[in-house]
Write a protein that binds this ligand. Structure first.
Ligand code: ADP
Ligand code: F6P
Length: 334
């Protein structure tokens, strides 16, 4: 059971702002709805900042009323739009952003985004004194301080639906398919998708792998009578083209692998029930923490409890990948 925080209000905030930043994720809309309505219910005005930090630094704000967040709980993407804003890495630009928030009498900001966006959030509150609370919004699930990020569960299920279909073709044609999922620096999506789709093998940036071992494993599976078809789930990794490079090398060893890059379909779509509940709980809790005087923290969920983790920890610590999932996939498909 999710338990919402029971904290006393001890600030005099009259208006807050909310924004989405970095790669969009399914569940950002229910989070915006929850932040907006939780604040409005306390008599606090809410401003939506359009296009993340790009909108913040030019004062592109829209006041949100309850009706503005109607019928968005089920929608993917973000009604506030999202962006990547290189200029925000400049301290002078962040100073200007602080001045703009003060001019609008905004007493607190809620930033929904991935680790980059949360880094910007930490620097903004640290340098300007404006209270800022972060929410983990990314499909990658690579954020310390929360078991799940908003959007991860939907991305996992989107990838699974696609892979189940690819599996049909792999079986019909007795072929191996390499399926690439998102995750530049982390294999959280790949490891969970891999176990859930019954992958023969999972390749993630956190764990070294040897192509020879992969070929040997495929050959011995065939010799044992299993594995005329198969799915290998590959996290995209830091250098583009990994999956095609792997396919070329497997071809050189006599395999005929198919390649499917799932790409941005993983970022879209209706949020799952899990993501909607998570986003709604964390959104409302972020307002509670802000009004109780907290700043410079991210609100996450650990063991079904809502927790506040310093943004500095989010920047400095990595959520470890569970290597057992990678091993489990290999064990279970035999
Ligand atoms: P995500 O939030 O999904 O991890 P990015 O890493 O692209 O996505 O970051 C989103 C935005 O957050 C960047 O475009 C930039 O505006 C801001 N940001 C990222 N890193 C920093 C940083 N070191 N300092 C200030 N702002 C940053
Ligand atoms: O937001 C994170 C992420 O989905 C990564 O998994 C992926 O590498 C990246 O965004 C791709 O983003 P874009 O194509 O928008 O730059």
């Amino acid at each position: 059971m999710y338990r919402l925080p029971d904290l006393k209000k001890n600030t005099r905030i009259n208006a807050i702002a909310v924004m989405t930043s970095g790669g969009d994720s399914p569940g950002m809309n229910p989070a915006i709805r929850s932040v907006t309505r939780a604040a409005l219910n306390q008599g606090i005005r809410v401003f939506g900042i359009n296009r993340g930090y790009s909108g913040l630094i030019i004062g592109d704000f829209t006041e949100l009323k309850s009706g503005d967040v109607s019928n968005i709980v089920q929608r993917g993407g973000t009604i506030l739009k999202s962006d990547r804003c290189e200029a925000f890495k400049d301290p002078a630009v962040r100073h200007q952003a602080g001045e703009i928030l003060k001019e609008h009498h905004i007493g607190g900001l809620i930033v929904i985004g991935g680790d980059g966006s949360l880094t910007g959030a930490h620097l903004l509150t640290h340098e300007t004194g404006i209270p800022v609370i972060g929410l983990p919004g990314t499909i990658d699930n690579d954020i310390y301080g929360t078991e799940d990020t908003i959007g991860f569960d939907t991305a996992l299920n989107t990838a699974l639906e696609a892979i189940d279909k690819i599996r049909d073709t792999a079986i019909s044609h007795e072929r191996i398919f390499l399926v690439e999922v998102m995750g530049r620096n982390s294999g959280h999506i790949a490891s969970q998708v891999g176990v859930a789709c019954g992958a023969e093998m999972i390749i993630v940036p956190e764990i070294d792998f040897k192509l020879e071992a992969l070929c040997f494993s495929l050959a011995s599976q065939r010799a044992e009578g299993h594995g005329s078809s198969g799915i290998i789930v590959v996290a995209e990794g830091p250098r583009p083209g990994l999956t095609y490079r792997l396919a070329n090398q497997l071809e050189a060893q006599g395999e005929k692998p198919g390649v499917c890059i799932l790409g941005h379909i993983q970022r879209g779509g209706r949020p799952t029930g899990h993501d909607r509940v998570l986003a709604s709980c964390l959104g409302a809790a972020s307002v509670t923490y802000l009004l109780a005087g907290f700043t410079d923290v991210m609100i996450g969920m650990i063991d079904s409890k809502i927790t506040a983790t310093p943004l500095l920890d989010i920047m400095e610590k990595r959520k470890p990948l569970n290597p057992q999932l990678v091993e489990l996939a290999q064990l279970l498909h035999k």
